[in-house]
Ligand binder design. Structure first.
Ligand code: ZN
Length: 255
């Protein structure tokens, strides 16, 4: 009998087919670093895109003189500007305190609410299984977003959102993880690379000109390396899976 490879039983969906995309980020600026050029490309190709930022970014300074409430306002403005530049249509802010105090169940419920409001076909988020990721906000927010993709279609999960807030269960078709150590999808972002850098420049509170130069150099080198042998110049890489891959599926890390 002919054997069928497991990966052919459950095909990896096409990220470029995304028409409605929710991009989740732990802090304002993470999505630009990991996926900004792809967000701009998909928006140019006609996708409707929303951003969801989990924390308020209030830890994002090494200067003790910076007022945190002021920093939150600044980062929100920078995030809004950057999102607009990339062609993002809507922004959601959960406003949890930045810096390692996230409650996983609360974050999962908050992301589920936005999934049920915006009804994305694809949810994009940082890969929570990135080895050596030490930032708890990245691990918790990433995992909560992926969990929300499993639970948002269940009417008995956060039922108050359905009974009291008038929302309906919603099934996400595809999960795209940025900043992944196990990518399986490479997007040609040669045409929108400059836009990504322009979006990163909007986060003035986070990147001094020196840091920005270093970051841009690193990201470009990585994008060229990821594009090698694929017939284009610059690539952003993602781990794309279906929600089915994300439960009791041993091959998920290598498909
Ligand atoms: Zn971050």
């Amino acid at each position: 009998m002919e054997t069928i490879p497991v990966k052919d039983l459950l095909p990896i969906p096409e990220l470029t087919a995304a028409r409605r995309l929710l991009v989740v980020q732990p802090h304002p600026d993470d999505a630009e670093v990991g996926a900004g050029a792809t967000v701009a490309k998909l928006a140019r190709d006609g996708a409707t895109i929303a951003y969801l930022t989990v924390t308020d970014g209030s830890m994002g300074t090494e200067d003790p003189a910076v007022d945190q409430a002021e920093l939150v306002r600044t980062r929100r403005r920078e995030g809004e500007e950057s999102a607009r530049l990339l062609g993002v249509a809507e922004t959601y802010w959960l406003g949890f305190p930045d810096g390692g105090t996230l409650d996983p169940a609360q974050v999962r419920a908050g992301i589920t609410r936005v999934v049920r409001q915006f009804k994305p076909q694809v949810l994009m988020v940082n890969d929570p299984w990135l080895p050596y990721e030490a930032h708890p906000d990245h691990r918790i927010a990433g995992l909560a977003a992926v969990e929300a993709c499993l639970f948002s279609s269940f009417p008995h999960y956060c039922p108050e959102q359905i009974k009291e807030e008038g929302l309906a269960p919603h099934k996400v078709e595809q999960v795209a993880l940025y900043l992944s150590a196990y990518p399986n999808t490479y997007i040609d972002v040669s045409a929108t690379w400059e836009l990504k850098l322009e979006a990163l420049r909007r986060h003035q509170s986070q990147f001094t000109p020196e840091i920005l130069e270093l970051l841009s150099f690193y990201l470009a080198a990585k994008a060229r390396e990821q594009a090698q042998g694929r017939g284009f110049e610059m690539a952003e890489a993602f781990k794309v899976l279906t929600p089915t891959h994300l439960h009791c599926f041993e091959e998920a890390w290598r498909v």
